[in-house]
Design a protein around this ligand. Sequence first.
Ligand code: 5GP
Ligand code: MN
Length: 359
Amino acid sequence: MVNLQKIKSPKNSILRISESSINYLKKLIGEKSDVIITTHYNPDGDAIGSSLALYHFLNAQGHNVRVIIPNELPSFLQWMPGSDLAVNYSENTDLGDSLISGADVIFCMDYNALSRVKLFTDQLRAANGTRILIDHHIQPENDFDLTFSVTTVSSTSELLYQILDEAGFASEISRKMAECFFVGIMTDTGSFSYACNRPETFQITANLINAGLDVEKVHRMVYDTYSESRMRLLGHCLGSNLKVLTEHATAYIWLTKQDLENYNYQQGDTEGVVNYALSIQNVAFAALFTERDDRIRVSLRSKGEFNVNEFARANFNGGGHRNAAGGDVFKSMPDTLNWFESLLPDISENVHKSLANYK
Ligand code: 5GP
Ligand code: MN
């Protein structure tokens, strides 16, 4: 069993999930109720992985459970067990609204602010059900009745595993649940290349294998399923739309609507693209700018101590983690890129410092 009281974060602080929160959750699990599980807009592997793992668990406990996703899943996640039963709010608004207003319990997975669901924020705020947050992003808002927020875990999936383990349900983790947990852990750590320095991340993965997980199969389903156009879009990003600013240890990639159209863009096709910019030697700060109908979507990554969560909050009305964050800009693409470059001299020293300490 993974003891939450004793888990050490990278900075050696102790994580604490209070016994009273676990007891509250256990009591709730013991009473049959109408439950909905919600996650953030543009759900990623951890968002849907943690949501579906919880779905399978609560379903097996006899609850009436539905997962509501704000919009479509990328195709590389559509194989996941139970994903076909999730309600896509953008396509089933009426059903989504009635599920939200009728729910006794509302789980909020992998997001720290109600605004992150984007399409049903007001409905969540107005709902009478008990709102329970399970999340690993920093600075969660105060809109929840019960908050499980731990920022030193790899992923919300890992956190959910630990909560269920702590509540005494480790033996009830099925193969389906194991696959869902693993998708979350694998995708949020870039296949165990970042945010995975705690031994518990690997201990939990070993437990998932014991519960029936086939690591190689799941990895293949998520990462070896690129469409040809997605691969060529990546080629275009790296070949034509990448700018490296050595003087600021920064690199960025941009994608216009025309680029996306040229490469038959499908939801999820730009997942992971920003990491290529960050993989460049002597780059400690990377950005991806993607043109949408009404905004430019920004994805930020950093190596080391340079805090992109703060940068996203200060400039892009966004947030996330220290090394991975996102936000929006309401300017044209050329104006956005110029503005971004104009912000760099002020942070350049910090980015360089981050790079120097990272090596
Ligand atoms: P991505 O670049 O992969 O979209 O997001 C990186 C991380 O930042 C994810 O953990 C995501 O949840 C978070 N994030 C992305 N966009 C936003 C945003 O607009 N607001 C907040 N608070 N977090 C975001
Ligand atoms: Mn996550």
